[in-house]
Design a protein around this ligand. Structure first.
Ligand SMILES: Nc1ncnc2c1ncn2[C@@H]1O[C@H](COP(=O)(O)OP(=O)(O)OP(=O)(O)O)[C@@H](O)[C@H]1O
Ligand SMILES: [Mg+2]
Length: 270
């Protein structure tokens, strides 16, 4: 069953430059779709269009951005409020900037639970601590008392994930959520997202410039370049037999600079 269908999305500047050029994609319920492409290819703007947060200076046109029968392209502010943050959650590259720096992360998460459940402060706090534990933080109570700047990037991204999924959304939009993290922590956060999919049936729109990372998490991949989708397919097909030269170059770059190559070279020298 289709959860999200974006048809013929175009985003232009006032001087008619197309930043996103006739992009269409579809996500089934519970599916993970990856969007991969170089910096500036229009990945984030495409996500922002689904969230209704494209900068006002840009023009958005689409035949439809349909989320479970609601056309977001023409949604009213009250329809948006019922969907964004509730049925669609989102995490971005820079988790720190979405939190209030002077309030403990536990209180910020508890506030979301309080609004959702209408529960008292104490119950909301314990829901927040449980949620942090569920996302793999080993000392959730201690973490909850910390201010954002006292946490590592990986911990902050888990807090943001906890906030994004607090209202049990059907879709999570994850725009380069692991790009700022080191490789080990990146793998941990990817595992958390994969676990969430398995336990909650969450659909995920996952954006990254790293093709193997996207393939790890997603069933299908769209490759974007210069605002267009230039290749689509199952993750296995795109990784094993990329059709477009640009996709091949993404894989070659990975093979040249990737850890595997480095390790193999080290082994070869021994
Ligand atoms: N408010 C804006 N006004 C004008 N141009 C913009 C605006 N926001 C983004 N752009 C341009 O639109 C293009 C697509 O931007 P977008 O942020 O979607 O790229 P991206 O694929 O997410 O890149 P990255 O991997 O660096 O995050 C870029 O060329 C960017 O400079
Ligand atoms: Mg981006």
């Amino acid at each position: 069953m289709t959860l999200l269908e974006v048809s013929h999305l175009t985003i232009t500047t006032d001087d008619a430059l197309a930043l996103v050029d006739d992009v269409s994609f579809r996500l089934e319920r519970g599916e993970a779709l990856g969007i991969v492409g170089e910096s500036g290819s229009g990945k984030s703007l495409s996500c922002r269009a689904v969230l209704g947060i494209v900068p006002e200076s840009l023009n958005v046109t689409a035949v439809g951005i349909v989320f479970d029968d609601v056309d977001l392209a023409s949604a009213t502010p009250s329809q948006w409020r019922r969907i964004r943050g509730t049925r669609i959650g989102a995490v971005f590259q820079d988790p720190g900037s979405y939190l209030n720096p002077s309030i403990s992360v536990g209180r910020q998460l508890a506030e979301v639970h309080r609004l959702k459940n209408g529960s008292g402060r104490r119950d909301a706090w314990s829901s927040a601590v449980t949620a942090l534990g569920d996302l793999g933080l080993s000392t959730p109570e201690l973490t909850a008392h910390r201010l954002p700047h006292e946490l590592s990037g990986g911990m902050l991204q888990r807090v943001l994930l906890a906030i994004a999924i607090a209202e049990s959304p059907e879709l999570l939009i994850a725009d380069e959520p692991t790009t700022a993290l080191d490789v080990t922590v990146q793998a941990e956060v990817l595992d958390v997202i994969a676990d969430l999919r398995a336990t909650t049936g969450l659909a995920v729109l996952f954006v990254s410039h790293d093709l193997p990372v996207v393939a790890h998490l997603c069933e299908r991949i769209h490759v974007m370049q210069h605002g267009r989708i230039i290749e689509s397919g199952t993750s296995a097909d795109v990784l094993q037999s990329p059709a477009h030269p640009y996709t091949r170059s993404l894989l070659t770059a990975h093979a040249e600079y990737g850890l595997d190559r480095f390790l193999n070279r080290e082994v070869a020298h021994v």
